[in-house]
Design a protein around this ligand. Structure first.
Ligand code: CU
Length: 387
């Protein structure tokens, strides 16, 4: 508890220890006076008590001293509060979704979904929190950093922290959220900037690997497990609200496609065609495109949709696969470009130019963020540790 792990930890602990110290002093003072009075004014010695009708200096003292003490307490709390609510401009963003009963993470700058939270040491991290509209309230809590904030369905809240030491820290859900609330525990891993960059590259390489033929034809293809993709979970997250748990369109009755019937399909119910629907949506309807899902995820959810179809829909052929690959150039899937906020990019660039006179990262402004057009030669994760 005495080990300061972040700026906020220090502020909160300072306030905590001051409050504890003041309480102890008051406790000791009141107890001593009580004991002293009990002895001094006990019955054998005095039988009548003197009436005091007001004592100006005594009253001034007990107004002024407590006022100073509570003002000091307020000041400590306010200072910590301001620190907690002032997110540094160069903070990197991690979007965290709490659902029954797991935390999931999205790195918008890297366009990366992750099941673990990994952050570079010394880098301010802004955690943007939400929960799906049909979920319940959760609370994102990292005890070591003394930060906690509710994840409210359909709403965005935030907190920030800066890990000063590498290590593993617990993340808890601090809001009773149902049966498996106590299992909503995961790890925050703070690593060196180099390790963080390696992790990001490894995750990106994994996530954006080209789609293989097996994946189209076989719902149990090895790739899905290796990538940690679960079509059923994706379906329950993104599709169930309209198409219903059984795929009968009961979420948005009479409008969303009923997968259990052969009627009304605009494209075929083949995996490749469902992929097209997920990539382009069905214009003019509520069926929108899902660009946030990777090719592997789109195929996984398509397989899940097919598992709900019991009426002998046609299967994909090698030709269907070839046509899909050609249409979307799936054999050369490239990770999307990384974008980082202007403040952080400027800082990284100024650091890079102070290190070497020329920098190879080509930078072009796009409404508030910068797109690094090459894989950045400057490490976006390697921001200066703040003093
Ligand atoms: Cu929870």
């Amino acid at each position: 508890m005495l080990l300061a792990l972040s700026d906020i930890t220090r502020e909160v602990d300072r306030a905590f220890w001051w409050l504890t110290a003041i309480s102890l002093v008051l406790l000791a003072g009141v107890t001593l006076v009580m004991i002293a009075f009990a002895i001094r004014y006990r019955r054998e010695k005095t039988t009548t008590t003197k009436q005091i009708e007001g004592h100006t200096w005594l009253e001034i003292t007990w107004i002024v001293i407590p006022t100073i003490i509570v003002t000091w307490m307020f000041f400590l709390g306010y200072k910590g509060f301001v620190l907690m609510r002032t997110v540094p401009k160069d903070a990197m963003v991690v979007q965290v979704t709490g659902r029954q009963w797991l935390w999931s993470f999205y790195y918008p700058e890297e366009k990366l979904n992750a099941t673990k939270m990994v952050v570079p040491v010394g880098q301010a991290v802004k955690v943007e929190l939400t929960a799906p509209p049909d979920d319940v309230v959760h609370s994102f809590y990292i005890p070591d950093f003394r930060v906690k904030e509710d994840a409210v369905p359909g709403k965005w809240t935030h907190l920030w922290f800066r890990a000063e030491r590498a290590g593993d820290y617990n993340i808890f859900c601090a809001e009773f959220c149902g049966k498996d609330h106590s299992k909503m525990i995961t790890l925050l891993r703070a690593v060196s900037p180099e390790e963080y960059r390696e992790w990001v590259y490894a995750q990106r390489a994994k996530r954006f690997r080209p789609l293989v033929y097996d994946a189209i034809t076989d719902p149990d293809a090895a790739g899905f497990a290796e990538l940690g993709i679960d079509g059923g979970r994706l379906y329950r997250t993104f599709c169930v609200s309209c198409h219903g748990a059984a795929g009968d369109g009961s979420g948005l009755p009479g409008v969303a496609r009923n997968f259990t019937k052969p009627d009304g399909w605009k494209r075929s119910p083949k995996v490749t065609d469902i992929y097209r629907t997920l990539t382009e949506g069905i214009p003019g309807t509520q069926m929108r495109a899902y660009p946030n899902l990777t090719p592997w995820e789109r195929v996984a959810v398509a397989h899940y949709v097919r598992s709900l179809i019991k009426w002998g829909a046609p299967s994909d052929t090698a030709d269907d696969y070839a046509a899909l690959v050609k249409q979307y150039e799936l054999d050369k899937v490239k990770p999307p470009k990384q974008t980082i906020p202007i403040e952080r990019a400027m800082k990284l660039l100024s650091r890079a130019s102070s290190r070497s006179p020329k920098t190879s990262a080509a930078v072009r402004p796009t409404s508030g963020t910068l797109a690094l057009t090459a894989e950045p030669s400057v490490d976006p994760a390697e921001a200066e540790p703040q003093p």
